[in-house]
Design a protein. Structure first.
Length: 504
């Protein structure tokens, strides 16, 4: 925007030398005030800036200037006043922005004033340059300019010639540009500051705040107790009025469901109120199946609780239960069953060692009267010939005929999970039994190996507890590797024969 004015300052101001007129340049900065600067040049020919070329290069001498970098950033809206004393003549006012986007970031502007008259003004997105011309004529009389003449005031106006009592200082009320900010005052740097008051803006609410400008979403309408654990808790209350009480609904009692005097209505636990039977138990064993039967008497004791703790050794994790009776199946081995319980406030325990084995000894099959007979009781017998299952029966014998010859073996099963495998028996005729009776096992005291001679078939090795640790098929003379086994006594079973060896 270009504006030409020939307003003059027709009275001599006390601050300017005789023969000159006081002009005021008012620069209201945008967010980036440091980008703004201006020049005042002599311009007797009143040349206008064409919007492209640098106007300074085509004008007369510079009589006044403020370079870019003079005004600070981040104080958009603050106005700076510059006093210029000019003689009669024509001039150009040229303002520029080093970034090239004018003063449009948060609406900066500029004015040139003399007395109470605006000689020229502009602002906004003028780009890199804006230039206007004006003339000075001191022969015309002007009226007094009213305003704040105190230079320490926040609204000091250097162009005022008469104080009108409007001066505002730090701490004075001010009108903030944000209408939501109330109670705004000038700070020590003459910035208008205030705060937005948040609160309940609903006049029907209990906590309505007439000074609040923005709702904080915390309006309350129903007073009452909001503590959920209180006896008089009100789920509809949205405002705690301090009426909560916790004693009228208090029920102290035993809250342990395993206690004899468990009180389902109790809401406050107290161990002293819990009573328990002093526990005792017996063990009933069926093969691998172990049953704990609770034989606790009726006499009550005080304390925290009762539970069973099973200790299974290195191969299995411990197992804990608070039930009266436990039934569990295990592999062969020795286990400790512990029962922990409370007696008053002293924790007590008792334990029992249980041995679990499949069978008392290795089952032996033999040939008798055209039948193969097993010497041990079982609930089910699985008979094999040459490794193939030929019959499952509840009887402990297998009847043969003259056409069946080969290596026989039997697997035994008992209710409760016990299993066992018999010796291997070679039958060459239903009329006679042919057992490998000349088998040799040597040496009998070994470290890493032993030899089986004069035997073809499966060999089974058992430890001193009757647990099978090795099963291997051998042919006539075979070297058996035994270095990985622990020291002790072992039993080598070949057919119907059993030999002892000692592992060092």
């Amino acid at each position: 925007m270009l504006f030409v004015s020939c307003f003059g300052a027709q009275a001599q101001d006390e601050t300017c030398p005789e023969g000159t007129v006081q002009y005021i340049v008012a620069i209201t900065v945008d967010y980036y005030g440091s980008e703004t600067g201006f020049y005042i040049n002599e311009n007797p020919d009143m040349i206008q800036y064409d919007g492209v070329n640098d106007p300074i290069s085509n004008l007369g001498p510079i009589v006044y200037s403020i370079p870019a970098g003079t005004y600070p950033n981040l104080i958009q809206g603050q106005t700076f006043f510059e006093e210029v004393c000019l003689t009669n003549g024509c001039y150009s006012f040229s303002i520029y922005d080093t970034w090239g986007d004018g003063m449009g970031f948060t609406n900066g502007s500029y004015q040139l004033l003399v007395g109470d008259s605006v000689v020229l003004f502009g602002g906004g997105n003028f780009g890199a340059w804006d230039s206007q011309v004006f003339c000075v004529d001191s022969a015309i009389e002007i009226l007094p300019v009213l305003g704040c003449t105190d230079s320490s005031a926040c609204n000091y106006y250097p162009g005022a010639t008469e104080d009108d009592g409007s001066c505002l200082f730090p701490g004075s009320p001010c009108a903030h540009e944000n209408p939501l900010i109330t109670n705004a005052v000038f700070n020590e740097n003459c910035f208008c500051e205030g705060s937005i008051i948040y609160g309940c803006t609903d006049s029907l609410a209990m906590n309505y705040n007439p000074e609040a400008a923005v709702s904080d979403g915390q309006c309350y309408y129903t007073p009452g107790c909001t503590e959920i654990l209180a006896c008089n808790y009100n789920p509809l209350a949205d405002f705690d009025d301090g009426s909560c009480e916790f004693l009228s609904c208090l029920v102290v009692g035993c809250m342990d469901i395993y206690a004899n005097n468990y009180n389902p209505e109790a809401n406050t636990p107290n161990l002293n109120f819990c009573m328990y039977h002093e526990p005792s138990f017996v063990i009933v064993q069926n093969c691998k199946q172990i049953m704990i039967i609770n034989t606790t008497p009726e006499t009550l004791i005080e304390g925290p609780g009762v539970w069973f703790n099973w200790s299974f050794g290195d191969d299995s994790p411990s197992f804990m239960s608070s039930q009266d009776t436990i039934i569990h199946a295990y592999g062969n081995g020795t286990y400790t069953i512990s029962l922990d319980y409370a007696q008053g406030y002293s924790l007590q325990s008792t334990s029992l060692v249980v041995d679990v084995n499949d069978f008392e000894s290795i089952p032996i099959i033999s040939f008798e009267n055209e039948m193969i007979v097993c010497d041990q009781f079982a609930d089910l017998y699985s008979w094999y010939c040459n490794g193939n299952l030929i019959l499952e029966t509840e009887e402990n014998y297998l009847t043969l005929d003259s056409s069946i010859e080969g290596y026989y073996m039997c697997s035994l099963f008992r209710d409760g999970g016990c299993t066992a495998t018999s010796n291997e028996l070679m039958v060459t005729s239903v009329k006679e039994e042919s057992l490998i009776s000349t088998v040799q096992v040597y040496p009998t005291c070994i470290t890493d190996f032993f030899t089986i001679d004069n035997y073809t078939g499966f060999v089974s090795v058992f430890d001193s507890f009757g647990k099978q640790v090795l099963s291997q098929y051998v042919y006539e003379k075979t070297l058996v590797e035994f270095s990985s086994f622990a020291s002790g006594m072992y039993f080598v079973q070949t057919g119907a024969e059993t030999k002892k060896i000692l592992k060092r």
